[in-house]
Design a binder for this molecule. Structure first.
Ligand SMILES: C[S@@+](CC[C@H](N)C(=O)[O-])C[C@H]1O[C@@H](n2cnc3c(N)ncnc32)[C@H](O)[C@@H]1O
Length: 306
């Protein structure tokens, strides 16, 4: 059974590895596609730390790499990077990698509660042991908050209309499944726009439920603080909200001055922390997109620690 086809595989690993005997952190091991190639490019004395919030992914990788002494895996969020580096007695990593979002397994597996293609419990949490499922929020939060979530995280033009329809529906019924949410949206969405609208709404709820954008910002900040000089930070994003965060973060960390523009001379003495390696993001080739449609929105950005 194919769990996930890794995207931009060679491009990620070529950029990530600077020292074959170094220490590496992968925040989103998923089903180990990137992990496998990273490990095959590292020497026997290297160290590899991986995390994934999703229990299925963690257990799959735990089994897959069980005989590899270089590997330590954690069923944890990537924002634990500093705590984990301390547990592992790693002062600095030579490369840090994240392939954001969800795996094909999470999207396609009914029990993961991510899909709108089948009627499943509407959950959308990567770590099912923490927080509340998406259905909890859909039944609880105000129309204005729902509108904001759909607009901010899904860039959905009909956010207000959809939030209103949800609030009307829930006066009579509790929303429990993806099928119910789909049914509400289907009522007033033309067939040809339905899949795109559902993708945006499910994306918005997923980002909200998992606090994905705040966690990404926290991760990037922490990652830079535990990256070795000349070490690489390699990030794959799948939508514009994530990509913007990575792009702006990299830009911010290259600055030599952050004084307000009205200051006549620089007083901040800011020391840049990163050099941007990819002026433009690396995107999948036509061939890769043909073979794996889900890769089409991927963007890979790389920065080097100064
Ligand atoms: C696109 S998949 C990674 C696939 C992987 N590169 C492979 O080749 O199999 C993204 C993975 O990141 C995990 N994930 C997302 N956000 C996370 C976070 N904040 N911390 C840890 N894992 C996270 C998801 O559970 C999912 O397994």
């Amino acid at each position: 059974m194919i769990h996930h086809t890794p995207v931009l595989l060679n491009e990620s690993i070529e950029n990530l590895i600077t020292d074959k005997s170094g220490s590496y952190f992968e925040g989103t091991i998923g089903f180990g596609g990137h992990t496998e190639l990273i490990l095959s490019n590292l020497d026997a004395d290297a160290k590899f730390i991986g995390t994934d919030k999703d229990l299925n992914a963690y257990e799959h990788c735990k089994n897959k790499f069980r005989d590899d002494k270089r590997v330590e895996l954690y069923n944890a969020g990537f924002t634990s990077i500093i705590d984990i580096s301390k547990i592992e007695f790693i002062d600095k990593f030579d490369g840090i990698f994240a392939d954001l979002g969800v795996s094909s397994f999470q999207l396609d597996n009914k029990d993961s509660g991510f899909t709108f293609r089948e009627d499943v419990q509407l959950d959308l949490r990567m770590d099912k042991s923490k927080g509340e499922p998406a259905s909890f929020f859909l039944n609880k939060i105000s129309e204005n908050e729902l509108t904001d979530i759909f607009f901010k995280y899904g860039e959905e033009r009909n956010s207000k209309k959809i939030a209103q329809a949800i609030c009307t529906y829930r006066l009579k019924n509790r929303i429990k499944t993806s099928g119910e949410l789909k049914g509400i949206i289907e009522e007033f969405t033309p067939e040809r726009f339905l899949n795109k609208t559902l993708s945006r709404i499910f994306q918005a709820l997923r980002i909200f439920v998992n606090n994905e954008l705040d966690e990404l910002e926290e991760f990037l900040e922490k990652a830079v603080s535990v990256l070795n000089k000349n070490g690489k930070l390699v990030i794959i994003t799948f939508h514009s909200l994530e990509d913007r965060i990575v792009k702006n973060f990299f830009k911010e960390k290259t600055k030599t001055c952050i004084c307000p523009p009205e200051y006549p001379v620089c007083v901040c003495e800011t020391i840049p922390e990163l050099r941007i390696v990819t002026k433009k993001p690396i995107e999948p080739s036509v061939e890769e997109i043909k073979q794996n449609k889900r890769s089409r929105s991927a963007k890979l950005r790389v920065a080097e620690k100064l």
